[in-house]
Design a protein around this ligand. Structure first.
Ligand code: SF4
Ligand code: SF4
Length: 252
């Protein structure tokens, strides 16, 4: 693994390392796991016309396999650990969501195949409104004050469940009351999360980002709605720009 990839993985996991300052063995394990994500992508190349879908699917399969193992570990350490999430519970779906670009492209492909033209156009307009709002503020202010139901939330259920971002899959709460309070205060109350569970998505983010850097592609995460707005309004153009090394709107 060259030093550039090391640098990208370490920078992606920097905030995770701070959680495990006192546990160097844990830091090493998480770093190795992120490199495992990167190595696992060896057969996925930008020449394949389903490149974003293949990356997104690889991310989800790594995440799910890993998640169950970590969840088992957390439960063996804390017998009282319980997950409060359930079908139809959706207070968390009004939070700011960040995605990997490949996830946003995959969702764009999914919508083009499954959604009718009028729903697709309405969604693109909704995403553009959010993107417009972001243009008038800083990303930090935008993310701190973001509070609006996700446009994919329909009757308290996710309408893109099979392609939902990893961040949504990883958003697990042990305290439903805290989720309600957070919702009622427009996300001004923090929902307590288990540190080990929270890092699952970061392993995938930093590993895939390092892999994309090998092709000169920017793989940093970004704000879901602005990124999706660009993809829905011009899929081919934004895909070509991304492959040529440019960032997408909202991408950090
Ligand atoms: S994170 Fe909170 S709001 Fe979201 S499903 Fe779980 S308990 Fe419900
Ligand atoms: S994509 Fe689905 S799970 Fe994620 S915030 Fe939107 S509705 Fe909720």
């Amino acid at each position: 693994m060259n030093s550039r990839l090391n640098e990208i993985v370490d920078s992606g996991l920097a905030h995770v390392y701070t959680m495990f300052e006192a546990h160097p063995e844990m830091k090493k394990l998480l770093r190795d796991m992120s490199f495992a994500v990167c190595s696992d992508l060896g057969s996925v190349s930008p020449e394949h016309n389903l490149f974003p879908r293949l990356l997104a699917e690889k991310g989800v399969s790594f995440f799910e396999a890993n998640f169950n193992a970590i969840l088992g570990q957390v439960q063996s350490l804390d017998a009282d650990f319980q997950i409060d999430c359930s079908e139809g519970c959706s207070y968390c779906c009004s939070s700011h969501i960040t995605v990997m670009p490949q996830e946003a492209f995959n969702i764009g492909l999914h919508l083009a195949q499954k959604w009718g033209e009028s729903d697709f156009t309405a969604l693109a307009e909704e995403c553009l409104e959010t993107a417009d709002h972001l243009e008038k503020t800083t990303l930090k202010e935008f993310t701190q004050n973001y509070f609006q139901p996700c446009p994919f939330l329909k009757e308290n259920r996710c309408s893109i469940y099979e392609v939902r971002p990893i961040l949504c899959r990883n958003w697990i709460s042990t305290d439903l009351d805290a989720c309600k309070k957070s919702f009622n205060t427009k996300n001004k109350v923090t929902v307590p999360q288990n540190a080990l569970i929270m890092v699952q998505k970061d392993l995938v983010f930093s590993g895939q980002q390092a892999y994309l850097a090998g092709f000169g592609i920017k793989g940093g995460i970004g704000s879901f709605m602005p990124m999706l707005a660009q993809i829905l309004t011009d899929f081919e153009g934004s895909y070509a720009k991304w492959l040529s090394g440019e960032k997408l709107d909202g991408q950090m």
